[in-house]
Design a protein around this ligand. Structure first.
Ligand code: AQP
Length: 333
């Protein structure tokens, strides 16, 4: 295993659509902060994972570049963090194959995401969808990551990566760092504005349910004004008020106010005033990032040069781990 001084964090993002406010508040914003907190961060766009569901090729390319530019606009600092595109580092596929041979059919069939996605895409239950945890384990183990930030619902992914690493290490000695899930302190879970019982998702068919980080102010205002609430009018956190709870969570995450403060601020004012206030706060939060984003995407040469320069940095780490694993299993070097 590598002898790193700083603890390494690995996180990857799917580029199956434009990031949502959920991705932003629940993950990206916190991950950007980690680079200032003394961690060695390695982040990537998981374009290979995106292929487990049928993609429109031109859109996948567009979303990948868009996502790359968005993280730069958010302040990702390439002097501290490695940020690359997964398919530009072929070691991911190479290690994934090895790990496939150390992963049991039974454990893959128990993965919730496989069950969910095969139900959702019944016409395309491909082998990649089934074995994606091996690619995900390769993503993590190649970088000898100590921590993987995950939402509570994603712990299963890190657990299977840990099982595979421990199995491999058990046979061949310490090849991989066994990663731990890192549950974020401020990991707001943002729900759909149209169905507050399901999470806000890029690929939601009802685009009124999600706020894209690139939505313009009018669209954001319209979507919040139409957000599903309940038949009451009191801005108060409580059972059966999932829509309002979600709006309060968003407002709290963006303004830093507590739920008590929010309830006091909107006492006697009703949803009619609360919804536009949430929208305004989100618009103000996203505006400066959107401005930087527009500058970055306008400079195509800069963007391309930047992501191309990052792949070899990732590859230098990945290759060391891969060679070690290949040697251990008996492949001629
Ligand atoms: N609604 C959400 N609230 C809080 N956090 C969220 N994340 C995603 N949705 C929410 C977190 O964002 C990170 C990156 O996720 P991802 O892009 O790899 O994929 P995902 O979780 O599958 O996101 P989507 O938007 O739901 O994508 P699709 O529609 O393609 O499945 C993760 O840390 C995730 O927890």
């Amino acid at each position: 295993m590598e002898n790193q001084e700083k603890k390494r964090i690995l996180s990857m993002y799917q580029c199956t659509g434009t990031f949502t406010l959920g991705n932003y508040l629940g993950a990206l914003r916190n991950h950007i902060k980690l680079q200032e907190e003394g961690y060695d961060c390695v982040y990537a766009l998981a374009d290979l994972h995106a292929l487990t569901v049928r993609q429109v090729p031109a859109e996948l390319r567009k979303y990948t570049k868009e996502a790359y530019a968005w993280l730069l606009a958010m302040g990702l600092d390439l002097s501290k963090t490695i940020f690359f595109i997964q398919s530009q580092v072929p070691e991911h596929c190479q290690l994934a194959w090895l790990l496939n041979c150390y992963t049991q059919f039974g454990e893959l069939s128990r993965m919730t995401q496989f069950k969910d996605k095969s139900a959702k895409h019944a016409d395309n239950i491909n082998a990649g969808l089934f074995t994606y945890p091996c690619l995900m384990a390769a993503d993590i183990l190649l970088y000898q990551a100590d921590y993987v930030p995950v939402g509570a619902d994603q712990k299963q992914h890190v657990e299977i990566a840990r099982d595979i690493a421990e199995r491999f290490n058990g046979i061949y000695g310490d090849v991989f760092t066994v990663p731990e899930p890192m549950i974020p302190k401020h990991g707001a879970r943002v729900m759909s504005l149209q169905n507050p019982l399901s999470k806000m998702s890029k690929s939601d068919e009802n685009q009124n349910g999600n706020i894209s980080v690139l939505d313009d102010p009018d669209t954001i205002m319209r979507k919040f004004k139409r957000a599903k609430t309940d038949s009451g009018s009191e801005v108060r956190f409580g059972e059966g008020k999932e829509g309002v709870n979600n709006l309060m969570g968003i407002y709290a995450a963006v303004t830093g106010k507590s739920f008590d403060e929010i309830e006091a601020e909107f006492a006697g004012k009703g949803y009619g005033e609360f919804k536009p206030a949430v929208a305004e706060a989100v618009i103000a939060e996203l505006r400066p990032i959107q401005e930087r984003y527009r500058e970055i995407v306008a400079d195509k040469a800069y963007l391309e040069e930047t992501y191309r320069a990052q792949a070899p940095k990732a590859q230098a780490i990945a290759r060391r781990t891969l060679s070690k694993a290949m040697k251990k299993v008996g492949l001629v070097q």
